[in-house]
Design a protein around this ligand. Sequence first.
Ligand code: NDP
Ligand code: HSE
Length: 426
Amino acid sequence: MAKVIRIGMLGFGTVGTGAYRMLEDNRVAITKKIGLPFEVVKIGIKDHTKDRGINDSLFTTDLNSIIEDPTIDVVMELIGGVDPAAELVEKALINGKHVVTANKELIAKHGSRLVHLAKSKGLDLHYEAAVGGGIPLIQPLKHQLAGNDVIRMMGILNGTTNYILTMMEEEQADFGVALAEAQAKGYAEADPTNDVEGIDTGYKISILASIAGGKQVPIEGIYREGITKLSITDIEYADSWGYKIKLLGISDFVGPDTVRVRIHPTMIKSSHPLASVNGVYNALWLHGDFVGDVMFSGRGAGSDPTGSAVIGDFLDVGRNIANGGSGSAIPYDLGMNTANMDDLETAYYLRMIVADQPNTLGEIAMVFGKYGISIAEMQMKTLPSNQGEIVFLTHEAVEREFQKALSEVAKLPCIVKVATFVRVDG
Ligand code: NDP
Ligand code: HSE
């Protein structure tokens, strides 16, 4: 009798249900492509009282019973976070099971160790769904693009924040309303702070940079800002100068085994390919020394697209099992160096609320001049209560000098507040 590939799922939320539905809906085609039949035999969840709409006997709250079941071949880890996911994945590998995961935090923090463990056991550990939802990014970086020096990557890697920024721009939506919609659609993380503060984007761009550079990027070396300080006003000023504001994860390889990884709102020219990536769509733009510029895009979050990426990985595992292969995990070591953010050279957008009085502009310009920062463009308007709004675009400056200028400007008596600054790329 032909072997049946036995699957144990950990988690049956947004991603788990998408993956399960794809296995059921496309069973015939997937079976044919693998060459063996498969069955989901157990599903681990936290709350047994929820109605899941499928055979209740599949569900268990005892996740260890899945990773210790000697008849299970493949574990899909779709619960998220590090605790208990890290221990469960490690034990599953030790117990000889292939693992597919959508967990970016787990891979960003423990990827090197876990992939080495998988390799040493001749097992697969795949994580395509962890970055960019349904977009194939990990496999092309590991395979088709692997001969390149990937000098720069810039990505819209979080569906929730791109959805929020698009709603703010297109419908003047309030931040909280847009976030609630993204949550209702299943895009946001269990704790949406991870989305809006750029933490999720940080995990994703660090995974991509780790694969591209062959060494794990330490999370502590990443510079990160989220989107919570942005307002519709900033989006409108950006638009008036021909720019869009996107939350980007950017990695620049600046020397041997050295990368600068940063996540922050970025103003990009409206003509840049990333500028028209809207809503839940994600995209990765990269420049490789031989391939040149490449861009991938698609749905970056949600049940079906992410389920699709999980099942793509499962097909890889299934084919390996069917062919008696020894796993195709590609390990990378620890030890990537991270370059200091202070040395970055970029242009800046800066919006300030000021006292509407003589010489305000002169005082501000004097401070910027002192730190070698040259102003490229400016807009000014009068606000109620004897206040004004001054907005600058600077020429390229060194981050360290810009930050010094900013803190000195903020202390000027004519400044009511420094409302926002955004780095400008290109
Ligand atoms: P959900 O919160 O929708 O689902 C999580 C599932 O895991 C639920 O079934 C939950 O059980 C179960 N679970 C959580 N903690 C435990 C625990 N300690 N013990 C047992 N079961 C547990 O999350 P998502 O499906 O959105 O996310 C899953 C993973 O996929 C995360 O790593 C996430 O970052 C990643 N991801 C998510 C995407 C998305 O669009 N949502 C896209 C790409 C990746 P119960 O049902 O009982 O609550
Ligand atoms: N919360 C994530 C996002 C899910 O919004 O992009 C996909 O990784």
